[in-house]
Design a protein around this ligand. Sequence first.
Ligand SMILES: NC(=O)c1ccc[n+]([C@@H]2O[C@H](COP(=O)([O-])OP(=O)(O)OC[C@H]3O[C@@H](n4cnc5c(N)ncnc54)[C@H](O)[C@@H]3O)[C@@H](O)[C@H]2O)c1
Length: 305
Amino acid sequence: MEIRGTTAIVTGGASGLGAATARALAARGADVFAFDLAPAIEKARAEAEPAPDAAAAPAAGPATHEGAASTTKPAPDAATVPDAATAPDAAAAPPAAPGRIAYAEVDVTDPASVRAGVERAVREGAGPLRVAVNCAGIGPSARILGRSGVHDFELYAQVVQVNLVGTFHVLALAAEAMAGQESADGEGQRGVVVNTASVAAYEGQVGQAAYASSKGGVVGLTLAAARDLAGRGIRVNTVAPGIVDTPMMATIGEEYREGLAASVPFPHRLARPEEYARLVLMLVEHDYLNGETIRMDGALRMPPR
Ligand SMILES: NC(=O)c1ccc[n+]([C@@H]2O[C@H](COP(=O)([O-])OP(=O)(O)OC[C@H]3O[C@@H](n4cnc5c(N)ncnc54)[C@H](O)[C@@H]3O)[C@@H](O)[C@H]2O)c1
């Protein structure tokens, strides 16, 4: 499906994989709404602030067209220049007016919050809503029987709530909006949803009971959702990344990180967020990919610990 001229939603869009995906979609000409929690949005905004003495210099990455109060569609000429270094395949992409990235405070665990975000994207988006990418996620670690006792049941429920139930909220409510739109082509295609699982869906490690359960749920959801939504012309695919260099991985020590990198058969390194974003673009653009989960892991198979 052609990305140019569409509106896209990316959850977890203020950090890591989501932020890279938002940039890549904007570089392809989509009008992007990056859903995230307030602290992550504030951090992303602070990092995007130009240094005081650089005020006159051109912006390095996509600017935003923000403001929850705004109900008008952004002017087409307000588009910004994408960050070429972070825009996958930018050189090979068809010439597209670069889109923009707007942050929207949305908690994916709350269906009312997701509905409000989707409605805003439909109302303010420069084109029809055709893309939804689920990147919001959390990955705390805890053993079923740990030193301090049995696994915290609230923590287990929270991980499933964010990673799996949140994905389902966004998938269902974005699909509802997509289904009500004209088809994008002669085949009746109306939209694409891309979810994010993890290799932990297949090889959950010690301490990953909750995380692996939630990601296994996302893998299981993928084909069922693709079949459910086929009649509406909406495709559903999932990416299962290995280890990607994002803020989620920032807490691990350097030594452990080097060990992880060395354990990847090839290339011997962590994946880059831009490599994930590139796969998302492919899943959106490739009309025959549907109901599939694709591992992106350098042939890594996680050991028990
Ligand atoms: N980084 C990796 O190695 C890796 C590997 C496999 C899978 N993943 C998955 O990829 C996705 C993105 O991870 P990342 O590495 O970019 O992490 P990240 O921590 O950089 O980004 C995750 C974002 O999700 C947001 N978020 C958390 N809870 C939310 C909620 N309730 N509502 C809205 N937003 C919420 C966070 O604020 C954050 O901005 C996650 O689902 C993660 O499980 C990551």
